[in-house]
Design a protein around this ligand. Structure first.
Ligand SMILES: [Zn+2]
Length: 480
């Protein structure tokens, strides 16, 4: 069944359909990397597969380009597998079923994996061609991008000799991405020895906030439920004596927490609750323009005995939450509207004698990220918390003298009319990993219009794919 055979550019969609027929969810990379090797063999091209299943396929420059410097074409092989409840596809063993709907390619009951199969398909179409002018090509297909950029991280840069890279994992046509954030996770742990007290159980609940992505939505003024709980605990201390059983909010480092709850024990519940609810109503009024659906509630539970934090530790925690930096730290002055450095308290969790605070840090400048970590170390030390950092990924800094960026802008004007948008994103991309591995790398990230990626509604614009492919060809022609 060739559902996409009538589409243009023909080769691109033929390869995309083949890729769809091979299982390639993250973590399931053997078959798709084998497919790439088989492709190379069929076309008489040299190819290498490494231990992480990354594949590099090499092709000589065409007539007149034999001696030109190589260009790296890059995309990732894995996709995020999502399916509807009634879909019977087994992602481990089955392909997915793409179909055409107007200007879009979609998949029956599943995510489409055009993120990032369409990049692979475009690169294969160029490798298979005998009518496209291009310099020597190093087509790099990486694995497990979606789960942590593991393929890119593991890649031996010696497999590549190119210093120019076109990454095709962006999703906005007419836009060229030229910088991304680096980041890390920072865990603070406050250990305590629980003590048992008697009193009335009280629950403080923040709910209904918008949340959002801790990178690309950090500048939208949304309220972080965990940080807000710090403020409410501070208010509560002014209202009356309480003991803290625990506080919990957020379950992902890279999401702004949209709810948080704290459990307390108090002696005189009625007065405490009345006064605190008044303070919480005042705060709700203050944030209503940012968080129209916010709900801040105190509720009274049963009398009983409860394990709580010692007073000194619960004070430490609420003061730590008051002092901790969170949100946008710096905006870029080179790229308008870009958040340069930020952090997000994504998880606040209490369990058996420890309170954990997980921060996600990002910066498009490596030194700024290092400094932010130092600030958190200092803060943790002040409050007697232990620390752990992990999940470091490198930033891709803006390159003032990028030739590829200028090629893209010129080609876009020529082919599509109008000015291309130059953009940087405040989230991690594989380009950051490559920029850290290949000194002096000139890189751009582009791609066709994709919507609702990582969901069953994922769809790829056919006309935008044609436009992107034409742009890639024209950029390659300029890379003499
Ligand atoms: Zn992607």
């Amino acid at each position: 069944m060739k559902n996409l055979s009538a589409l243009e550019p023909k080769r691109v969609f033929e390869y995309f359909e083949e890729i769809c027929s091979v299982p390639h969810g993250s973590g399931n990379m053997e078959q798709i990397s084998r497919y790439c090797l088989d492709f190379a063999k069929r076309h008489g091209l040299r190819a290498v597969r490494d231990a992480a299943n990354n594949v590099v396929i090499y092709k000589n420059g065409t007539a007149g380009y034999e001696a030109s410097a190589p260009v790296i074409l890059q995309g990732h092989l894995d996709m995020v597998c999502q399916k509807t409840e009634d879909c019977n596809i087994d992602f481990e063993n089955d392909g997915i079923r793409p179909y055409v709907d107007g200007d879009f390619v979609k998949a029956e009951g599943t995510s489409l994996g055009a993120d990032n199969g369409i990049a692979v398909a475009m690169a294969l179409a160029i490798l298979a061609s005998d009518d496209i002018a291009h310099p020597p090509i190093e087509a790099l297909f990486t694995t497990d991008e979606e789960t942590g950029m593991y393929g890119a991280m593991a890649l031996d840069a010696k497999l590549l000799s190119g210093k120019r890279m076109i990454n095709m994992d962006a999703e906005e046509p007419g836009t060229v991405t030229v910088s991304c954030a680096g980041g890390s996770n920072f865990l603070m742990t406050l250990a305590y020895t629980p003590i048992r007290v008697r009193g009335t159980h009280i629950t403080l609940r923040i709910a209904g906030l918008q949340g959002g992505h801790s990178g690309i939505e950090i500048h939208k003024g949304r309220v972080n439920a965990d940080m807000l709980m710090g403020r409410i605990l501070h208010e509560a201390r002014a209202v009356g004596d309480f003991r803290l059983i625990g506080v919990n909010g957020g379950d992902k480092g890279n999401a702004i927490p949209l709810a948080c709850s704290a459990e307390l024990v108090v002696e005189n519940a009625q007065v405490f609750v009345q006064k605190l609810q008044y303070s919480m109503d005042m705060i709700q009024k203050e944030i209503i323009d940012r968080e129209p659906n916010a709900s801040l509630k105190v509720s009274v539970g049963e009398m009983g005995e409860f394990d709580v934090l010692p007073q000194a530790d619960s004070d430490k925690l609420s003061q730590l939450l008051l002092c901790a930096p969170c949100g946008v730290m710096d905006m870029s002055v080179s790229i308008e509207g870009l958040v340069e450095t930020s952090l997000n308290l994504g998880i606040l969790k209490t369990q058996s004698g420890v309170v954990e605070l997980l921060f996600t840090l990002r910066s498009n400048k490596q030194t700024a990220l290092d400094f932010l970590e130092k600030r958190l170390f200092a803060l943790a030390k002040t409050f007697g918390c232990s620390t752990k950092t992990d999940g470091h990924y490198p930033s891709w800094e803006y390159k003032a003298d990028s030739v590829l960026r200028e090629h893209y802008k010129a080609c876009y004007k020529d082919l599509c009319g109008g000015e291309a948008k130059v953009e940087a994103i405040h989230a991690g991309l594989e380009c950051g990993v490559f920029a850290s591995k290949i000194p002096g790398l000139d890189c751009i990230a582009i791609g066709p219009a994709l919507f609702d990626v990582h969901t069953v509604k994922e769809r790829l614009s056919i006309s935008s794919t044609a436009e992107t492919f034409a742009l890639v060809k024209q950029i390659l022609a300029k890379c003499k």
